[in-house]
Design a protein around this ligand. Structure first.
Ligand SMILES: [Zn+2]
Length: 265
């Protein structure tokens, strides 16, 4: 069959030039691995990964940049080696070897055009949300637990934002991490790839801000739902009260004594 004739019902995919863009991926786990891979392969000029964890055997089924031979090594060392084998000339990678903490969050996100947040705890998710809003940086959130995943992108200004949807850091033990509840590898992989897709749309100037994409692996159902802005939101509402990072706001669930972690899912 001849393939020379263009099919008008299937427009050709044009690949924008992302070589001048800089993206920070928070969490080099099950979400961050496929997301970073897709960003590099799409030609993003600079991709930085933030994580402070080591490769663990129990995470290998969903953290696709690592193999059994890497168990015990720093995730970032392995991830940068794996990603480095795929970079084009001029593309750069960086390891951010510090946790996202209240004292460094704004400074870290400020250096990038876009932040992808694939952390495994609410404290870090809220911290990333607040820091990106205060520094006017677009942000893509990803989460996956058991057979479900959600991904959405948040504009640098205006609503809705993460606090429109989740309001505040849950009390301790009110929510399970995927390490506690378990997660299916393909589900988290799908979510990570979608994070990159939404992020590339932001960088290309065609963002899909404010639409929550969810996947239910039990029913094989994929949905997209608009998130309404909450007028009383303390971060993006007309009477917003959050104007700085207060370290006391991120100490509820799954925080260590010295602050939230940035371990990826
Ligand atoms: Zn909001």
């Amino acid at each position: 069959m001849s393939t020379s004739k263009a099919d008008p019902s299937r427009p050709a995919v044009r690949r924008p030039d992302f070589s001048a863009t800089r993206v920070l991926v928070v969490g080099a786990g099950g979400l961050g691995c496929p997301a970073a891979l897709a960003l590099v392969d799409a030609g993003v000029g600079h991709v930085a990964l933030a994580d402070d964890d080591r490769v663990e055997l129990t995470n290998l089924h969903r953290q696709l940049l690592y193999t059994e031979a890497d168990v015990g090594r720093d995730k970032l060392d392995v991830a940068l080696e794996a990603l480095g084998r795929r970079t084009a000339p001029g593309q750069t990678l960086a390891a951010v070897r510090t946790r996202l903490l209240p004292e460094n969050a704004r400074r870290l996100v400020k250096d990038y055009d876009l932040v992808l947040e694939g952390a495994d705890n609410f404290a870090t998710k809220f911290l990333a949300a607040d820091a990106c809003r205060l520094e006017r940086r677009p942000l893509v959130h990803g989460a996956a637990v058991r057979l479900r995943a959600t991904v959405w992108s948040v504009a640098p200004e205006g609503g809705p934002c993460y606090r429109c949807l989740f309001e505040d850091v849950p009390e301790a033990d009110a929510a399970l991490t995927c390490a506690e509840a378990g997660v299916l590898g393909p589900v988290v992989g799908l979510a990570g790839a979608l994070m990159a897709d939404l992020g590339l749309d932001v960088l290309a100037g065609t963002p899909r801000f404010g639409t929550l994409f969810s996947y239910d692996g039990l029913r094989d159902r994929f949905r997209s739902v608009p998130v309404p802005a909450r007028p009383s939101c303390p971060l993006c509402g007309p009477s917003a009260t959050i104007s700085e990072i207060d370290e006391l706001c991120y100490t509820a669930v799954h925080c260590r004594d010295d602050g939230p972690t940035i371990r990826g899912v």
